[in-house]
Design a protein around this ligand. Structure first.
Ligand SMILES: [Zn+2]
Length: 271
């Protein structure tokens, strides 16, 4: 029989950390246990499928509801001078619906900020908190805001807004208007960063890679034949990068951080 040590008896960081992780409900190596709903925050109408299309398909097949929270209207995503912002935004939303349907995602919530101009401010944070309180997901996905060399401000800001909202949604005094409107504080047990260079969890998507590419291609305004010629190899290479890290052909990589370690934690980057 293994005797449980009192916490003060651990004399190495590693042993203490393992015991601490044991106390948490969320397990990085079994992240979807007891998860019924996931909120996937995306800056633009194709980020969830590009980053996590395979994972999303598998979650839906396992009976887990996936809801998209689309932050901007995607109205900058073209090099065609004849398309107006308004026209492009409408087209992209339709493409997003088709793509989501292919993966089994039934709900897309839109906040409609202007593409490239997502504000990183308290009002936007509040809007995301309200969505978390309405949807009550156990887990929230977002882009990793610390991805080196990421040039797009919407991606960095979506990541920061996402973890801030996930950290504050459980605090009743944060945006009390929600409570007056009948919503309850809601805590998420973990966040998962996609588009990450520091994954600590992998999903083997080899068997659904074809479907993932098909769902990405539904974003026709983004992936014309010319663009696809370069992007299909790019997407496959990205999936092979994560695949190489976990010994599979194609994979998606996620960096999970349990809620407790999202604040003042010097080892969150090592989990
Ligand atoms: Zn994007």
């Amino acid at each position: 029989m293994v005797m449980k040590l009192a916490f003060e008896e651990f004399d190495s960081f590693e042993a203490a950390l393992e015991a601490l992780k044991d106390k948490l409900d969320f397990k990085i190596d079994d992240p979807f246990k007891d998860v019924n709903k996931v909120l996937c925050i995306e800056p633009h109408p194709d980020d969830c499928v590009i980053a996590l299309g395979g994972t999303i398909k598998k979650l839906v097949d396992d009976g887990i509801e996936v809801v998209y929270l689309l932050l901007t209207d995607g109205s900058m995503g073209t090099t065609d001078e004849s398309i107006s912002r308004h026209e492009l935004a409408l087209t992209r939303l339709e493409e997003e619906k088709e793509s989501a349907k292919l993966l089994g995602v039934k709900k897309i919530i839109t906040l409609d900020f202007a593409d490239t101009e997502l504000p990183h401010d308290r009002e936007t944070r509040k809007e995301i908190v309200t969505v978390i309180r309405k949807e009550k997901p156990e887990m929230v996905f977002m882009p990793d805001p610390w991805l080196p060399y990421e040039s797009h401000p919407d991606h960095r800001r979506a990541g920061f807004l996402g973890i801030e909202a996930a950290s504050f949604s459980g605090l009743p005094n944060f945006n009390r208007t929600d409570l007056v409107a009948g919503l309850e504080p809601h805590s998420v047990s973990a966040v998962g960063f996609y588009y990450t260079h520091r994954p600590n969890y992998f999903v083997d998507i080899t068997d659904v890679m074809g479907l993932k590419l098909e769902a990405i291609r539904r974003h026709r305004s983004q992936f014309t034949d010319d663009i696809w010629e370069l992007w299909e190899p790019y997407l496959r290479t990205m999936a092979m990068y994560y695949g190489k890290l976990c010994g599979k052909k194609y994979a998606e990589g996620i960096r999970f951080i349990p809620g407790l370690f999202l604040h003042i934690c010097p080892f969150a980057g090592d989990l």
